[in-house]
Write a protein that binds this ligand. Structure first.
Ligand code: EPU
Length: 329
């Protein structure tokens, strides 16, 4: 059995029957030929969005495909192909160093490039789909396919690759377009506030501002086991929202283009009094109620028990169902 302790940022001590890492599409093909994918399998990234509730009786797959290649450029942009196994934040740092715009608001998001394209990671008004041109994949029979961005059907923290029937499709590389001309997304209030302390506006200062905000609100998984936001922010109709706003005039919200409204689950959990509280060895993080943490030695079922209790409170108080962003295995 293979310990997955260092392969999930929640720090859950579970084991897998087999663990396979591959460094190229060719090497992956050799594992298929040997029959390594004949039973159950699960492809993971760096385990920053996973919660294991029991040992995994199958094969865990992990891509170590590396490389950042400049495919093309013109006056306004660069097109880069990045291996699925590159660390996402190393790629952001690389873009900032080269003076390429677009990824800086996504600084310090844990995880790897492959998962960025599956999860459609996002923060501070930017989603990775805004940068994606195409996604290269291999499936469990070794078939290669390139999906255009439109074919990936991106939406808030969601994509084609998250559908259960597509769990046999694995990202091998992602092609991104970054801008060469100055363009920032600073609408998110906290970024402007943070930047005003620094005084300069450039790629490096925006990256530093984002890193500083994240460090102040989100726990470092190396210190406290967690998987970032545990829940997705729910989206309600404008009618549902009006009812809520009459009752809670201070409710924070983001209006979406289609007229629906996204409500921060962290605020609702906070209002329910859960912030900083715990249930057994699982806790609600004291600085951001959207994050559940392992207080030490928690098992998957401890985190699930807490998330069920939190979900129940939110349903009772606000009449809204909140759902997990984390993949529960
Ligand atoms: N809030 C509270 N109490 C809390 C947490 C939040 O009142 O405990 C309020 C805040 O004051 C603010 C609002 O809720 O008015 C939104 O909070 P925040 O700005 O922290 O953002 P979020 O909606 O809770 C989302 C993403 C984060 C991302 C931030 C910034 C999701 C599920 N989460 O959180 O992403 O960093 O916005 O863009 O969309 C992640 O996905 O793992 C993640 C950390």
């Amino acid at each position: 059995m293979f310990s997955l302790l260092s392969y999930n940022t929640f720090g859950i001590d579970v084991k897998a029957a087999r663990f396979i890492e591959y460094h190229s599409v060719e090497e992956f093909g050799r594992f298929i030929a040997k029959g390594c994918l004949d039973g159950n399998f699960l492809h993971i990234g760096s385990g920053s969005n996973l919660l294991f509730t029991q040992d995994y009786d199958g094969t865990i797959l992990h891509s170590c495909i590396k490389g950042i290649d400049l495919l093309d450029e013109d006056d306004g942009s660069v097109i880069l192909k990045v291996g699925a196994g590159e660390i996402w934040d190393d790629f952001v740092a690389y873009c900032v160093q080269h003076g390429w715009y677009g990824a800086e608001n996504l600084s310090l998001i844990p995880g790897e490039v492959g998962a960025s394209a599956v999860q459609n990671i996002g923060a501070y008004g930017v989603e990775v789909k805004d940068l994606i041109v195409s996604v290269e994949t291999v499936d469990n029979s070794g078939e290669l396919h390139t999906y255009s961005k439109d074919e990936c059907i991106y939406s808030y923290r969601n994509s084609l690759f998250k559908r259960s029937e597509n769990k046999k499709i694995f990202v091998t590389a992602v092609v991104y377009r970054l801008g060469k001309h100055e363009h920032f997304m600073l609408d998110y209030g906290a970024i402007r506030r943070e930047l005003s302390n620094v005084g300069t506006l450039d790629l490096k200062s925006v990256r530093e501002a984002v890193i500083s905000i994240r460090r102040s609100k989100l726990p470092d998984p190396k210190v406290v086991g967690n998987a970032g936001s545990f829940f997705i922010n729910p989206i309600v109709t404008s009618t549902q929202f009006s009812v809520l706003q009459r009752k809670y005039p201070e409710i924070p919200f983001y209006k979406l283009l289609d007229g629906t409204v996204k409500i921060p689950a962290g605020w609702m959990i906070d209002q329910c009094g859960w912030k900083g509280k715990s249930l057994g060895r699982a806790g609600v993080y004291a600085k951001q109620a959207l994050v559940l943490v392992n207080l030490g030695g928690a098992e998957g079922k401890d985190i699930i028990a807490l998330s069920d209790a939190v979900r129940h409170s939110v349903r009772q108080k606000f009449g809204i169902d909140i759902h997990s962003e984390v993949n529960i295995i």
